[in-house]
Design a protein around this ligand. Structure first.
Ligand code: ZN
Length: 227
């Protein structure tokens, strides 16, 4: 079971391109549906979406949905934004309490803010999650997530534009399920015209979906071979 999470939704549009008005929440939903279709076609995995409509979900609900479904992989789909409209390319994030750089830290802060918009205080829950983080289960999970991130980058590289250092680490709330390997895929920049066009087009969405599907297949083939 693989759960695909379309970032944002409902009253939380995510990033918006100031010129075209392209909204992250629409792009992520289109991508999530394309990924589901491609994965289902393999006939080898079950797939669920955290949302299949324009609906708001608290960040924690997103991975809780996946945990209830006993997902063996959780992929959260997002698109980035930057003041520099030239900035473009995808990035794959996995969980770390220590962000790989300041930009990664800022991005995590921005994505995590989705819950504050809804007036939900995750302060208490966060502490609880932090203590679990020390657990070996979490370490193993983080290792599995990181190896999937590498596969995803390998498969995405020939199909779409990625950033120069496409694997980054940051403390995203949505990645904090201690027992379920999770990655956050920032598929490109909504603030960049070419990326926004690519991610909104059926062709672009299919390319992203194919990259994710190839990575998922390689990931499970590798894990089956090991066991
Ligand atoms: Zn986002």
């Amino acid at each position: 079971m693989i759960v695909i999470d379309a970032g944002h939704g409902g009253h939380d549009p995510g990033a918006i391109n100031p010129v075209s008005g392209t909204r992250e929440k629409d792009v992520t939903l289109g991508l999530a549906r394309a990924i589901r279709a491609e994965l289902v076609e393999t006939g080898r995995v079950r797939v669920a979406l955290t949302r299949d409509v324009d609906r708001y979900l608290v960040l924690q609900d997103r991975y809780e949905i996946a945990r209830k479904l006993k997902a063996s992989l959780f992929i959260s789909i997002h698109a980035d934004a930057a003041e520099n409209t030239e900035a473009r390319g995808g990035t794959v994030y996995t969980l770390s309490e220590v962000a790989s750089d300041r930009e990664a830290q800022r991005l995590a802060a921005r994505e995590n803010r989705a819950d504050i918009i809804n007036g939900v205080n995750l302060g208490g829950e966060d502490k609880e999650v932090s203590s679990i983080l020390i657990d070996l289960t979490q370490r193993e999970t983080m290792g599995v997530a990181a190896s999937f991130a590498k596969l995803l980058i390998r498969e995405a590289q020939p199909k779409m534009i990625l950033r120069e250092k496409p694997h980054k680490f940051a403390s995203f709330i949505v990645l904090k399920a201690p027992d379920m390997p999770s990655v956050l895929f920032e598929t490109g920049y909504i603030s960049n015209v070419d990326d926004a066009d690519f991610l909104s087009s059926a062709e672009g969405q299919q390319k992203v979906a194919r990259a994710v599907t190839s990575a998922v297949q390689a990931h499970f083939a590798r894990r089956l071979a090991r066991n």
